[in-house]
Design a protein. Structure first.
Length: 277
C-alpha cells in the first residue's frame, strides 16, 4: 500500500508519523479551522475559492496562517505530486498552537493531509436520500471551524432513522447540514438556498451561478413549511457534488424521486469541474 505524505511542522513526512503535541489547543479546547478541496488528476478544483475561505476563516478566528498564500500553494502542489493520487481530497488544518496554559493561543500549527476520495455511488444519485431535521445552529456558521460535535453526536440518530444526514433548523427556519448546504426548487422552478447561518460553500456558490443561467435563484429564508411545498430538494458539498433529497423526516418531496432540475444541475456541475482540468 502506498505510503501517503502529509505536511506538518514545515515539511512533508509520512502520514502515519505526522503528530501533534497534546498541548495543542485543537486537542485541549477544540480551537482551530480547516478547509477541504477535491483534487482530480493532480488538479485542485476551485482552489482560489477554497484558499480565500481558509484565510478568511483564519482572520475571523484571530489566527495567523504561518506561511503566505504563495507558499501554501507551493506546499499543496508538492503534497499532490508526492502522493500522486488520481482522485483525492486535501484538508488544510490550522490549530491554536502549543499552549502553555491550555487556553491562550500560541503560534498556530499548519497541517495538510491528502486522502483518496470516493464520490457518491450512482445508485444513491439515482434514488435520492432521506434526511431528518434537528434544532441547532452552529456557533460560528460562516467560519469553517473544526467543531463538528453536534453532527457527530447525531450520527446514531441519523442511522436509526434510515437517513443520510441531519438538516439543522431553529424555530422552523432551516440553515444547513453539518457538512453540506441545502437547496429547494419551488413549484415555479425558483432555486432557493438559505441566506443566513450557513457556511458559504464553494459548491453552493458554483451551483447558484450555474442555476442563474437558466432559472431564477434566491438566497433567503427557507422554512420547514416551504420544504413541504417544494418541488425538489438537494444538498451540495465538495465530496457529494449534488445529492437529491426525496424525503425530509416523514415528508416526501415532490414525486419522491430525484427531480429533473436537480439532475440537470448535477450534470452542469460535472461539466464545470471538467473545464477545470
Amino acid at each position: 500500500m502506498q505510503t501517503l505524505q502529509a505536511y506538518i511542522h514545515g515539511l512533508l513526512q509520512p502520514y502515519n508519523q505526522a503528530t501533534l503535541h497534546i498541548s495543542d489547543l485543537a486537542i485541549q479546547r477544540g480551537y482551530g479551522i480547516f478547509d477541504f478541496f477535491k483534487v482530480t488528476e493532480g488538479k485542485p478544483m476551485f482552489l482560489d475559492d477554497y484558499l480565500a475561505r481558509f484565510y478568511r476563516s483564519a482572520e475571523r478566528m484571530e489566527m495567523v496562517v504561518p506561511i503566505d498564500e504563495a507558499a501554501l500553494r507551493d506546499t499543496i502542489a508538492q503534497l499532490i505530486k508526492a502522493n500522486n493520487l488520481p482522485l483525492s481530497g486535501v484538508k488544510i488544518i490550522l490549530t491554536g498552537g502549543y499552549s502553555s496554559n491550555g487556553y491562550d493561543p500560541e503560534k498556530p500549527n499548519l497541517i495538510l493531509t491528502e486522502q483518496p476520495l470516493t464520490l457518491p455511488d450512482q445508485t444513491i444519485v439515482n434514488n435520492g436520500i432521506k434526511v431528518i431535521t434537528h434544532s441547532h445552529v452552529r456557533e460560528l456558521p460562516t467560519i469553517k471551524t473544526i467543531n463538528y460535535a453536534m453532527g457527530i453526536r447525531l450520527i446514531r440518530e441519523i442511522r436509526a432513522a434510515g437517513a443520510a444526514d441531519a438538516l439543522y433548523h431553529q424555530n422552523g427556519i432551516v440553515s444547513e447540514f453539518p457538512r453540506c448546504n441545502f437547496f429547494i426548487v419551488t413549484k415555479d422552478e425558483t432555486i432557493v438556498t438559505p441566506a443566513e447561518n450557513v457556511l458559504p460553500g464553494v459548491t453552493r456558490k458554483n451551483v447558484l451561478q450555474l442555476a442563474a443561467r437558466k432559472y431564477k435563484t434566491e438566497e433567503r429564508t427557507i422554512t420547514i413549511a416551504d420544504i413541504a411545498q417544494a418541488r425538489e430538494a438537494f444538498l451540495t458539498s465538495t465530496t457529494k457534488r449534488i445529492l437529491p433529497i426525496v424525503q425530509v423526516d416523514d415528508k416526501i418531496i415532490g414525486t419522491g424521486k430525484p427531480g429533473e432540475i436537480t439532475k440537470e444541475l448535477l450534470a452542469d456541475l460535472i461539466e464545470l469541474e471538467k473545464r477545470q482540468l
